[in-house]
Each structure stands twice: as C-alpha cells, then as structure tokens.
Design a protein around this ligand. Structure first.
Ligand code: SAH
Length: 339
C-alpha cells in the first residue's frame, strides 16, 4: 500500500494519469484530505466509483498514532509513533496570531551538537514525505484547529533530508492542500553550507533560520561538530547568498549557555557577524536537560548580552520559553521516553 500523504500534487497527478484517470482527480483527492479532512476514499462523493476502488486497493490514509501528549496553557507536545515503531515529536504553539507547529525531519540526528538531546540519539533514518506531512494532519485533526505556520525545528537536520523537505514544502503550500503561506514556513539548519545555497536557489519565500550559538569558530567548534566542516565564514557567505536571492531576513538562533557562549566578547563577536545584514537574532535561554551538564545563563547575563546587541543596532529578541515546562527543546520528550 502507498501512503497518500507521501505524494506531492504533481506526483499524484502523474500517477493517476498513468493509471488511466484524469489529472484533476489528484486535486479532488487533495481537497478531500487536506481541506475537508476526509480520509476514507469511499466518502469522496465527487469522484468516480472506479477511482474510489482504485484508491482503496492501492492507498492508505492513516494518521500517526499519538503515544503521548503533554499540554500546558499555550502549547501541546506530541510524541507520535511511526508505522515501524519509531517515535518522533512535534510541538504545537498557540500564539495570539495563530497556531504554529514545530515538526521533526528525521528519527534522531547525526549532527552531534554537544548540547542537544536529539543528537544523543543518533539518526535512525530520514522521515518520509508522508511522515512529515502527517505530523501536521494528525495534530490539526486531534486539536480541531488550523495550522497557520510551520517551523522545521524538531528532531533532525532538515537539510540532511533535503529532497523530502522540498516536497514537504510543496505539499503544505499547495492551494488544494493545507495552503500554508511560504512566508509562514521556517526551516532551521545547523549550517550545511551547500544545502543553504541550494535552498536559496529554489527561489521560494520560505524563511531560513540558522543555529549559530557562537560568534567565533573557537567556541562553535566546541559546541557543534558541523563547524569543523563548514566554519562560520562559509556559513555567512551562504547566508549572504540566500539574502541576495530571496531578500528575506534570516533568523540567527543563539542559545545562551552559562559560561560557554554568554560573555561580553561572545556578544561582540556576534555583533561583528550580524551588523548591517538582513538578519535578526533570536536569543534562546538554554533548556537544561538531565543528560548534559550545560546550564542556562542567568537572567542578568541574558539581559546584558541582549543589551550589547541592542546598543550595536542589532535586531534582537529574547525568545520566551513558552514550552520549556513541557520539555519542548529538541528531542527532550523522546529522550525521556527512551531513557
Ligand atoms: N537541526 C536543525 C533543527 C533542529 S534543532 C538545527 O540545528 O537548527 C532546533 C533548535 O533547538 C536548534 O537551534 C537547536 O540548536 C536548539 N536546541 C537543541 N537543544 C536545545 C536545548 N536544550 N535548549 C534550547 N535549544 C535547544
């Protein structure tokens, strides 16, 4: 059986035409699934009996199994089980301006960042297109809501699953589907330089965030293995290229870890990288986890770091830790479950 969520509209069109059906049947099926949330092919009243039979014989349309949900007032963290028993996470954040879902791109992660739970659990495999799309569909059905924006910041490195990522963006922006605006989608990477360039060349309006976490190679090498392959200068050259292609503002993510990357010098290093560029810094107080010794910077240091950036004309915010209480930092819930 094929997974109906594992097809872009174009792929489904090609397949259905090959099988003797009409091209427009694909958009009808998309409309039932993504707009009306009807997953039983027999109930799709505007398609022919023969197509219903064909879909029933060849496709499944199952949502993901919800293993666990942890909620607080403004967020819900889902632990979802895949058909092979692997587990992934996604987090729903309810903002005043809409619902945002943070999705995973892989089971585990191979990037090996020193502070991150997802990397402690090595990559088992990439997620399929269907598994990425189904995180959104499962949550919107469970919660009876619309998902307005998507961030690919869950478990995994999205640029290490690049082809699936591209098709995922195509499915979730499709006018016959979830119709999420490109500008409401953000992809976060640890800095795979060739993929940043490829992403820029797609000529979309999808936002890019980069997990920087240090303003110098010396500090970044200690935190992120990937920096030894693609040092900061190469990352910023690629970001300049992205900005020149898209004219979109890049988000620089910077976790503040006590005594590691939160000194005045660290702040000034960051200023010199970002100043004058179409970039915006998101300071994120580190979410402590039981498996690492890293500690969150105290409030005084966080505010001082912020002030230095601000005084130097950098666009910066301190990201409020909405979902910290429910272990929303990358990989934390899954790590706990498998501990
Ligand atoms: N691989 C991608 C996306 C997944 S990680 C990337 O590196 O961007 C999503 C974000 O959470 C990254 O910025 C990551 O560095 C951050 N993160 C991981 N563990 C964290 C923790 N314990 N506290 C706060 N942020 C964390």
């Amino acid at each position: 059986m094929k997974d109906i969520f594992g097809y872009t509209l174009e792929e489904l069109e090609v397949f259905l035409v090959e099988m003797g059906f009409k091209k427009y049947n694909a958009s009808q099926v998309f409309d039932w699934i993504y707009k009306k949330n009807i997953f039983d092919f027999s109930l799709m009243s505007n398609i022919s009996k023969s197509l219903k039979c064909f879909l029933n014989d060849n496709f499944c349309a199952n949502l993901l199994k919800v293993s666990k949900v942890v909620r607080d007032e403004k967020s819900s963290k889902y632990l979802l089980e895949l058909s092979d028993g692997n587990k992934i996470e996604c987090v729903l954040l309810k903002h005043d301006y809409g619902n945002s879902l943070c999705v995973s791109s892989q089971v585990g992660c191979n990037m090996g960042c020193a502070f991150c739970e997802s990397g402690r659990l090595k990559k088992v495999r990439d997620l399929s297109l269907g598994e990425m799309v189904l995180q959104i569909v499962t949550v919107l059905v469970e919660e009876c809501i619309r998902i307005d924006s998507v961030v690919v910041m869950g478990i995994g490195e999205p640029f290490d699953n690049f082809d699936v990522l591209k098709r995922f963006i195509s499915v979730i922006t499709c006018p016959y589907g979830l119709e999420i605006g490109q500008r409401h989608i953000t992809v976060s990477t640890c800095g795979l330089v060739p993929k940043i360039k490829e992403f820029a060349s797609l000529n979309t309006q999808v936002n890019l965030a980069i997990s920087l976490h240090a303003g110098s190679d010396e500090v970044r090498n200690k935190l992120m293995n990937i920096n030894r392959v693609y040092p900061i200068k190469d990352v910023f050259d690629a970001l300049d290229f992205y900005i020149s292609k898209t004219n979109r503002r890049v988000t620089i993510e910077y976790i503040l870890i006590d005594g590691i990357n939160d000194s005045e010098k660290d702040a000034l290093d960051l200023v010199s990288l970002v100043k004058g560029k179409l970039m915006y810094v998101n300071l994120i107080p580190y979410n402590e986890t039981s498996n690492f010794t890293f500690k969150r910077s105290n409030e005084f240091k966080i505010n001082k770091f912020y002030d230095i950036l601000k005084k130097n004309g950098i666009n910066v915010i301190i990201r409020k830790n909405i979902a910290g209480g429910i272990n929303a930092a990358c990989g934390q819930l899954r790590a706990k479950e498998s501990a």
